[in-house]
Design a protein around this ligand. Structure first.
Ligand code: SF4
Length: 266
């Protein structure tokens, strides 16, 4: 587990060594795959079976649960992003591996963010056995286009977790989190966004980044405000420059689900 500069979590935890595969337009400039390439060639990384971590990052062997990473730290409650280095619900991660991580999370006093692009697999896994989602495991879907929102947000909302969130990052076009039948009409209580606990948004960064208009972030902010859904604006392109935690209409949107507060404690 290590500190991270992702502003809505304090720590990232990657218990699985893995190589993900692209599954969305948002994967075009995946930082994980670049990092996995580096780790696969790093002689300091243990490649002794049964771990074979270099091979796991190279994709030569499947996702590998790293025993040395399974110890949960004590101390003050932390907000922890789980397996942001890859995707916990990738098809090659086994149900047993997910279950082991689930057990560790649910018995811990920290808050865990499970963010995936593969929310259909998350739902299948969640339905395997009757699960009680503890309030400290927050399930989120990562989307970047309207088509992805239309396909994936209803699936997210069928998972009975206490906190369900959407991350629109990288935002590649204007995205509505309202039911298609409601768009263009006044706000309705039954819209998808009303069932969400939280919404994160951000533009793409790095070489070859695709543009994102400020009006798209403003529109999503307006949807969140109408629904009373907390909005976290992580980064935005302002006059050709990527600004972390930017002001939008004079305000920094650093809101969190009501259940958790916004402390990143060490
Ligand atoms: S799902 Fe995430 S980790 Fe996997 S390829 Fe896409 S961007 Fe990379």
């Amino acid at each position: 587990m290590q500190k991270t500069n992702i502003p809505y979590i304090g720590f990232s935890w990657n218990p699985i060594a893995m190589r993900c595969t692209p599954c969305s337009p948002g994967c075009a400039h995946c930082w994980h795959l670049k990092r996995a390439d580096m780790l696969a060639k790093n002689p300091m990384i243990d490649n002794t079976p049964p771990d074979s971590l270099q091979d796991a990052y190279a994709g030569i062997v499947g996702p590998t649960l790293v025993q040395s990473r399974l110890k949960i730290p004590g101390g003050k409650p932390k907000r922890i992003g789980v397996q942001f280095m890859g995707d916990l619900f990738h098809k090659d991660v086994t149900d047993d591996q997910i279950q082991e991580i689930w057990q560790l999370c649910r018995n811990s006093h920290h808050t865990y963010l499970w963010l995936t692009k593969r929310i259909d697999r998350a739902l299948k896994w969640a339905n395997l056995t009757e699960r009680t989602w503890t309030p400290n495991i927050h399930i989120g879907v990562s989307i970047c286009t309207q088509a992805e929102a239309d396909e994936k947000v209803p699936i997210l909302l069928s998972i009975p977790a206490a906190v369900r969130f959407v991350s629109v990052e990288p935002m590649l076009e204007k995205v509505s989190l309202r039911r298609p039948s409601a768009r263009g009409r006044s706000f309705r209580a039954g819209d998808w966004i009303n069932g969400l606990s939280w919404c994160v948004a951000g533009c793409e960064s790095g070489p070859g980044r695709r543009p994102a208009k400020i009006e798209w972030f403003r529109d999503l902010r307006d949807q969140c405000e109408m629904a009373g859904t907390p909005y976290f604006l992580k980064q935005m392109d302002v006059d050709g420059k990527i600004i972390s935690m930017p002001k939008l209409d004079g305000k920094i949107y650093q809101e969190f689900p009501q259940t958790i507060g916004n402390m990143n404690e060490s």
